[in-house]
Design a protein around this ligand. Structure first.
Ligand code: ATP
Length: 441
């Protein structure tokens, strides 16, 4: 039986980081030049999993809803956007320097003690703006200042009127976006948990103000259930309600979904009731009325916004930590990533028992039957036992073995990652069998 993962141990974190490097999920960026602190590159398996996390979010937030549409907005933005949103003035962290070792820290993250040297004497906190500033065009100067977006949300607010008039939606409705964001974090740390460049999955849900509290509750539950449905155990998740005095300048109420990371519970996603702060601020600054006119009641109003804001890479890390298991198969310890099939880099591995051309021929035929529907690996090297272990370690839910009997009976062996149970299935029935196996009961 597999041991249940204890996501609180740093041992687990080391094992997952090691597996990510060894099997091509996540590499430290620019490693051949000594690395670039806090940046990571996603390798052949990592890019597949990252895509799957985003697809799972998009599927639940856009595809399965008739009230949400997507956009893909620019990453570079003019100062006016960030002045109106409040980021230029308030998107800061309190920064302190340890007077003993001169390391720089976020004051709110260190409990009065330097994590590097244990020193307790710090400089006065200074507000440090987290936005990356750059210059657009060949001439640097006031007029060319641009910022890399620190969140995707503002793209939805500045396009509110465009989306409203082109999509024919009316409140309650949402605009969703997945994309890169950039924050000059003072202390990037904990693998991909906090990096300076990361991806977000955010949705702004515009509602009549009177319904905002109810929709806030709705989205907290929806988002909590999304993580559960994709395999994070309930005991590793909790809701954290922000105290009124700790709310961000735009928020009327925020609940975070937290995951039990190896260092303790920490934020996976924030779900905020942003009131009419954003549409109001952009209306004031741009002069464009970002309102909704309800023809039924003859009323014009600024919708309130409920925002579930999640991180792609943080979610991927939580899924990996939850999926990592070690168990014993045939007297040997095996590592298995029990990833939901929607998240696993490969759903299927096709493995001809030997390199004999006649077996490879049928195996390629099976592969081409499955490739249009699933991401497949094809592996012919080493013993079948070794190949099963390799697929278990990267979370491939099903392995399909083509053997000499296949040439006679046109059937293959389908092996289940979690139970290791093997079933003989006719090639003609394979697609149906796989769909059945992958659809949750
Ligand atoms: P934190 O308090 O951890 O800095 P935050 O509350 O500022 O996060 P939000 O602005 O609410 O974060 O961003 C929404 C989500 O984006 C976060 O819940 C997280 O999943 C992700 N995220 C934010 N900052 C980072 C980062 N530096 N690296 C990776 N993911 C991030």
């Amino acid at each position: 039986m597999s041991s249940s993962p204890d996501t609180t141990t740093s041992d687990l974190l080391d094992k997952v980081i090691n597996l990510c490097k060894r099997r091509g999920f996540i590499f430290p960026s620019a490693e051949i030049y000594g690395g670039f602190r806090s940046a990571y590159d996603y390798g052949p398996l990592g890019v597949l999993m990252l895509r799957n996390v985003k697809n799972a979010w998009w599927h639940s937030m856009v595809q399965m809803r008739e009230d949400v549409v997507g956009i893909d907005a620019a990453i570079l933005g003019p100062p006016a956007v960030w002045a109106a949103s409040g980021h230029l003035e308030t998107f800061t962290d309190p920064l302190v320097d340890c007077k003993k070792c001169h390391e720089r820290w976020r004051e709110d993250k260190i409990d009065g003690k330097c994590p590097n040297c244990g020193g307790t004497d710090f400089t006065e906190p200074r507000a440090f703006n987290l936005m990356f500033k750059t210059a657009a065009g060949p001439v640097e100067g006031e007029g060319s200042t641009a910022y890399l977006r620190p969140e995707t949300a503002q793209g939805m607010f500045v396009n509110f009127a465009n989306v409203l008039s082109t999509s024919r939606k009316k409140p309650p409705f949402g605009i969703a976006q997945i994309g890169k964001s950039f924050r000059n974090e003072i202390t990037p740390q904990n693998f991909v948990f906090r990096t300076r460049e990361f991806e977000q999955m955010e949705m702004e849900y515009f509602v009549p103000p009177a319904d905002a509290v109810q929709w806030h509750e709705h989205w907290i539950e929806e988002r909590f259930n999304w993580y559960l449905a994709l395999g994070i155990p309930e005991e590793s998740l909790r809701r954290y309600v922000h105290a009124p005095e700790d709310l961000s300048h735009y928020s009327k109420g925020t609940t975070d979904i937290e995951f039990k990371f190896p260092w303790g519970f920490d934020e996976l996603e924030g779900i905020a009731n942003r009131g009419d702060y954003d549409l109001g601020a952009h209306t004031k600054a741009s002069g464009e009325k970002l309102e909704y006119f309800d023809q039924a009641t003859n009323e014009r109003y600024t919708p309130y916004v409920i925002e579930p804001a999640a991180g792609v890479t943080r979610a991927m890390m939580a899924f990996l930590l939850s999926a990592y298991h070690e168990d014993e198969v045939e007297g040997e310890t095996r590592t298995v990533l029990q990833l939901d099939w929607r998240l696993a880099p490969y759903q299927i591995a096709v493995l001809p028992l030997s390199k004999k051309p006649e077996l490879e021929g049928v195996a390629k035929e099976v592969l081409s039957k499955l490739q249009p529907h699933f991401m497949c690996d094809f592996d012919v090297t080493q013993s079948i036992g070794r190949r099963y272990r390799r697929q278990d370690e990267v979370g491939t839910p099903l392995c399909i073995t083509v053997d000499f009997d296949t040439l006679e009976d046109r059937a293959v062996t389908v092996r289940d990652r979690d139970t290791t149970v093997q079933t003989r299935v006719k090639i003609d029935d394979l697609l149906h069998h796989i769909w059945e196996a992958m659809t949750p009961a």
